[in-house]
Design a protein around this ligand. Structure first.
Ligand code: AMP
Length: 219
């Protein structure tokens, strides 16, 4: 069996973390853990956490650190995460990164690679506004470059509308961009140009994993 590997995906909203994260997780045989997906599931289930997070998410703001840290702590204890994971959308603040480090340290584990998908703001805006998600499969589409097939039931996330996207990008610049130097200081940062088709970006990610000695095919 391959050694466990824990990957953090860094990148602004709509930089491709969800799309690439799914493929990376599948290729490594580990779960993709997305705090955004978990919060949306909690909201759809109408749980107390979901009710707390709902308004914050629609406004494009960050949910309090303690709530997401708790979610991730519980999720990482599940058996399928013992061989590693791909974290998508977590950590989003330095405080979350510190908590993650602490959680993992207690289990003698660590973040092995922080993959930063770099995309400029104008393009992120367009991607989010044109992004649609298949409500059944979670597959992500782009109305211009990768439209959904006829008959697919897709939704446009409320927080992918222009005003909320702008706020989410501001939150990224204010809170999350600091994670890039944070992981650079720990020697685990790898930067990937996130501009191009999903297949082009996947090829760049394959090169990174090859250099890390964990060659994967992202198909
Ligand atoms: P995402 O699907 O990762 O873009 O997340 C959607 C929304 O969920 C974000 O805009 C935040 O409101 C909330 N969220 C997801 N992950 C986090 C996190 N790690 N910290 C705080 N808020 C989060």
């Amino acid at each position: 069996m391959s050694p466990a590997i824990r990957v953090v995906l860094l990148g602004a909203p709509a930089s491709g973390k969800g799309t690439q994260g799914r493929k990376i997780a599948q290729a490594l045989g580990v779960p993709k853990i997305s705090t955004g997906d978990m919060l949306r599931a909690a909201r759809d289930a109408g749980s107390e956490l979901g009710r707390k997070a709902d308004g914050i998410m629609s406004a494009g703001q960050l949910v309090p650190d303690a709530l997401v840290i708790n979610l991730v702590d519980e999720r990482l204890r599940e058996p399928d995460a013992t061989g590693g994971c791909v974290l998508d959308g977590f950590p989003r603040t330095v405080a979350q990164a510190d908590s993650l480090e602490e959680l993992l340290r207690k289990r003698d584990e660590r973040v092995d690679v922080a993959l930063h998908l770099e995309v400029e703001r104008g393009l992120l805006m367009e991607r989010a506004i044109l992004r649609r998600t298949d409500v059944r499969t979670g597959q992500i589409y782009h109305m211009k470059y990768n439209p959904p097939p006829a008959g697919a039931e897709v939704e446009h996330r409320a927080d992918d509308r222009e005003e909320a996207v702008s706020k989410r990008l501001d939150a990224y610049d204010a809170m999350t961009a600091a994670l890039v130097p944070h992981y650079q200081n720990r020697g685990v940062l790898r930067v990937v140009d996130g501009v191009g088709s999903p297949v082009e970006v996947s090829a760049r990610i394959e090169t990174v994993f090859e250099e890390l000695g964990r060659a994967i095919r992202l198909g």
